[in-house]
Design a protein around this ligand. Sequence first.
Ligand SMILES: NC(=O)c1ccc[n+]([C@@H]2O[C@H](COP(=O)([O-])OP(=O)(O)OC[C@H]3O[C@@H](n4cnc5c(N)ncnc54)[C@H](O)[C@@H]3O)[C@@H](O)[C@H]2O)c1
Length: 274
Amino acid sequence: MMLKGKTAIITGGGTGIGAAVAARFVAEGAKVCIAGRRESVLDETIKSLPKGTAVKCKGDVTDPSDIERIVKTAVEFGGTVNVLINNAGAGAEGSITGTSIEEWRRIVEINLVGPFMLMRAVIPYMQKAGGGSIVNISSLASLRAIPHGNAYCTSKAGLNMMTMQAALDFGGDGIRCNVICPGFIFSEMTEGRFGQVAKDNNIDLNTLMLKVFNDVPARKAGTPDRVAGLCAFFASDDSTYVTGTVIPVDGGLSIMDPFPLCVKNADLSINAEK
Ligand SMILES: NC(=O)c1ccc[n+]([C@@H]2O[C@H](COP(=O)([O-])OP(=O)(O)OC[C@H]3O[C@@H](n4cnc5c(N)ncnc54)[C@H](O)[C@@H]3O)[C@@H](O)[C@H]2O)c1
């Protein structure tokens, strides 16, 4: 029960990593407010959790009035906000010239402006409570450029620096800010992306997966609960001297020479863009 007495906001809490974080946090004694755009998936997550441990708030992280409602819902439910997990995110394919201005702005709004607005809204509650923990879910693509991923890589790299900068400004208030960079984690997002690449290249999904995961030191994809475990550590009082960090959860992929993997992925996604 490492999170007993804590209230957390988890964005994108209806699916994948967000739903796994909600389950782990509740198991550790926290109260959670899960936010996202799709009511049906939020309802499914709420149904899977013990009564009275979770509340949902339908909302889009790019909408300032939804941000206000999300924070208000959490405070009414749990009394304050001790933990924020900025997990909602969206991927996009395209180089600079292959991305429309509208699409680039949309990705930056979801992956960077949304987390900024939520941090801005919860920090006063954390200051009043004498501290708090903010975890921003970035990506390995924030540390390594991936082919045809300009908006995604750029927005996630911005998220890393925003987190580190905030760790500096609010450390004196007992507020810790850390980044998690997932590598390959099975979720709706990755299934969709890999499924499409496999289809476009006429290969079966399992063959594609074997090709990709052969280059990961752990030789497998991660699962959402692996990311949830690190979120629980960051949210807990076991990590009170850990702030401003950027930690990959990637089966060791970030220590690899990226060249062979990059070339394989580049070939696949160039084909996918044709
Ligand atoms: N799965 C991976 O391999 C992987 C790798 C690197 C980074 N990530 C990051 O992890 C996070 C979670 O992704 P996931 O893998 O669980 O995929 P996912 O698609 O299941 O989760 C993303 C969630 O964000 C929500 N969302 C998107 N736009 C939103 C908006 N404007 N407002 C509110 N909610 C919105 C989606 O509805 C969804 O519930 C994302 O930030 C993603 O970039 C995932």
